[in-house]
Design a protein around this ligand. Structure first.
Ligand SMILES: Cc1cc2nc3c(=O)[nH]c(=O)nc-3n(C[C@H](O)[C@H](O)[C@H](O)COP(=O)(O)OP(=O)(O)OC[C@H]3O[C@@H](n4cnc5c(N)ncnc54)[C@H](O)[C@@H]3O)c2cc1C
Length: 456
């Protein structure tokens, strides 16, 4: 079986393995018996790494107090240096992590290693990998593969013992102090706060009233989307997907040719002393942005939900750790790159299936059909295979802006509500009167779904 030497980059967070890395480990063990797990973590995570050796894998911990405060740029530099020393044929990793969720490190690693990249993998069958866009590929050498589906890592056999973890520090990697830790990180968190954006005054109604509310919302003309404007940069480079949004923060917009190579754009940008480059949020754009950031040494902020200019610097807002926190980030490097959440022109109505409604998908689909509504879902519904990933709305799915968005049994986590803010009317049905979604809905129905007649 040992076709490839595989290094799996894993992240230990809060003493636990990042769940997306479970899929990477399980897939690596299916593909090869030469698997090394690599984590960049404090020494306090040594025990967790030791426990993982029960899977019959080698384990390497890169640990140094000088790595503290590393952003994705500095982290990918350290990991790439460690990977080079391990000489793998391929690299597997989780596509994102549950704490930071930037999905930047894997394509940055690919760029630093001179490897190809295939991300967002949601299925593996033999050596064939399929990503969330339905693209397929075979595992081949010199490629970084990033797994976007949560899958528990396999359990070590009960009789398998733990083995030693190799610990390496910067004394082994010999990276310049200017390139690592906070000093080597081009992004800075300016502040974090609990965001109120998207909050609405919820009026509680009975379920039998929502049909009239949906019809009324559908009859109204669409609101014109306004982009706020304040202080502006002289110019930005921007992809087509964010061309309109960019007008709010720059006097001049220079369109990027996304069919060009990142190296072409890097050469163009490097002609300037400083530059801001904005991309949309699709997988291809995010990969392009990460590669470009490595090439020009730019700070990269992913999944921005807001942009503004303060004292000549771009301030980027993105959802941060936890369920409700938002962070403002700026770059201290001359070049700034951001991937920005784009809101697709969606259907007039969209009905969302949350985990509380998975037993009623057929009824919700029938109701959606009656109103010509798109069927959407929360991430666990897609992760569970109840609906395809193309239906997923949220931070790691699509953003929507229908005239009316109806949620069935969805809790309203910030990773979901951040992508529905532009909906004109939001209606939520949830059995829990304290569900967060009621703070983000115009109308709420406090009801157990099993007690309502969903089907028209
Ligand atoms: C990095 C990261 C990225 C993420 N990206 C996304 C994303 O893109 N999109 C996304 O949606 N999530 C995303 N999540 C997950 C998000 O944090 C939540 O876990 C998820 O949105 C919850 O989905 P849910 O509301 O369907 O399920 P749950 O949190 O399980 O909520 C189910 C809700 O249904 C209600 N309910 C249960 N039974 C009934 C019933 N019989 N009748 C009525 N109500 C009922 C419950 O009261 C509860 O409020 C992300 C998380 C992380 C950490």
């Amino acid at each position: 079986m040992s076709k490839f030497r595989i290094v799996v980059c894993v992240k230990i967070f809060g003493g636990e393995l990042n769940p997306f890395d479970g899929a990477a480990i399980a897939s690596a063990l299916e593909a090869s018996d030469d698997v090394t797990l690599l984590a960049m973590s404090p020494m306090s995570d040594l025990a967790e790494m030791r426990a993982l050796t029960r899977l019959g894998v080698k384990a390497v911990l890169v640990s140094d107090k000088d790595f503290a405060g590393s952003d994705t740029t500095a982290t990918s530099l350290v990991l790439a240096a460690a990977i080079r020393g391990l000489r793998p044929d391929v690299v597997f990793c989780g596509f994102r992590s549950v704490d930071g969720d930037t999905a930047q490190v894997p394509p940055m690693l690919a760029e630093r290693l001179g490897f190809g990249f295939f991300g967002g993998i949601v299925d593996k069958s033999g050596d064939t990998l399929t990503n969330a866009d339905g693209e397929k590929t075979q595992i081949r050498e010199n490629t970084v593969y990033a797994f976007g589906k949560i899958r528990p890592e396999p359990l070590g056999g009960i009789f398998s013992g733990e083995s030693d973890v190799e610990v390496i520090s910067n004394a082994d990697l010999k990276l310049s102090p200017d390139e690592i830790g906070l000093t080597g990180s081009p992004t800075r968190v300016v502040k974090t706060f609990v965001s109120d954006t998207g909050r609405r005054n919820c009026k509680f109604v009975r379920y039998d009233e929502i049909s009239a509310l949906i019809s009324a919302a559908l009859k109204r003309a669409r609101r014109e989307k306004k982009y706020e404007s304040g202080e502006k940069l002289d110019e930005v480079f921007c992809a087509e997907a964010v061309y309109k949004q960019a007008a709010a923060i720059a006097k001049k917009r220079i369109r990027i040719d996304e069919n060009a190579q990142p190296s072409d754009l890097a050469a163009e940008i490097k002609k300037r002393k400083s530059a801001v480059v904005l991309f949309g949020d699709d997988l291809g754009s995010k990969t392009f942005a990460a590669r470009l950031a490595v090439k020009v040494g730019a700070g990269l902020c992913a999944d921005c939900v807001g942009l503004k200019v303060e004292q000549g610097s771009l301030i980027m807002t993105r959802p941060a750790r936890g369920q409700t926190t938002t962070a403002e980030v700026k770059c201290v490097s001359p070049f700034t790159i951001a991937t920005v959440r784009t809101v697709k022109d969606s259907e007039d109505a969209a009905f969302c299936v949350g985990m509380g409604a998975i037993d009623y998908i057929d009824d919700i689909r029938a109701l959606a059909k009656r109103y010509g509504a798109a069927l959407c879902c929360t991430r666990p519904v897609a992760d569970g295979g109840y609906l395809p990933y193309s239906c997923q709305v949220g931070l790691t799915g699509k953003s929507v802006s229908p005239k009316v968005y109806v949620l069935f049994g969805a809790s309203g986590a910030v990773q979901h509500t951040c992508a529905i803010e532009n909906s004109e009317v939001i209606i939520a049905i949830n059995a829990d009167k304290n569900a967060r979604i009621f703070d983000y809905a115009d109308y709420g129905v406090k009801e157990d779904i099993k007690n309502v007649k969903i089907r028209p």
